[in-house]
Design a protein around this ligand. Structure first.
Ligand SMILES: [Zn+2]
Length: 122
């Protein structure tokens, strides 16, 4: 057996990295689109119809919420990829133990193992 140099866990982490990279690229694309849609013309039709005005504010708030959400997910991706590169990925931030691979597959941005998460240790 010459394949033992790469452990199963490393292979699994590789798969997770590709998944997170794909997710990051998708989020980057969506953020780019939101930026090019949103910028600069917000004031153009802010007059005459108070009811429309309210509707536009809601739409504006909604867009902002979506963008904040995307921003947050994007930084989670960046954070996870950074930890993968530094070899810190999949290590519990609280107790230093390896986080279960099944947990990482379900939640690639997890920074704590299940026992720590449940105990809310920091
Ligand atoms: Zn832990």
């Amino acid at each position: 057996m010459t394949e033992t140099s790469t452990s199963t866990r490393e292979r699994e982490l590789d798969g997770i990295r590709m998944q997170v990279e794909g997710e990051r690229d998708r989020l980057q694309h969506e953020l780019d689109q939101l930026r090019s849609d949103g910028g600069g013309r917000d004031d153009a039709h802010f007059h005459e119809h108070p009811t429309d005005h309210a509707g536009e504010m809601e739409e504006h708030d909604r867009q902002l919420a979506i963008r904040e959400n995307l921003d947050q997910m994007f930084s989670q991706c960046q954070d996870a990829l950074g930890r993968l590169e530094r070899g810190e990925y999949g290590i519990c931030r609280s107790c230093g133990q390896e986080i279960d691979i099944e947990r990482l597959k379900a939640l690639p941005y997890a920074t704590k193992c299940i026992p720590c998460k449940e105990a809310r240790r920091d």
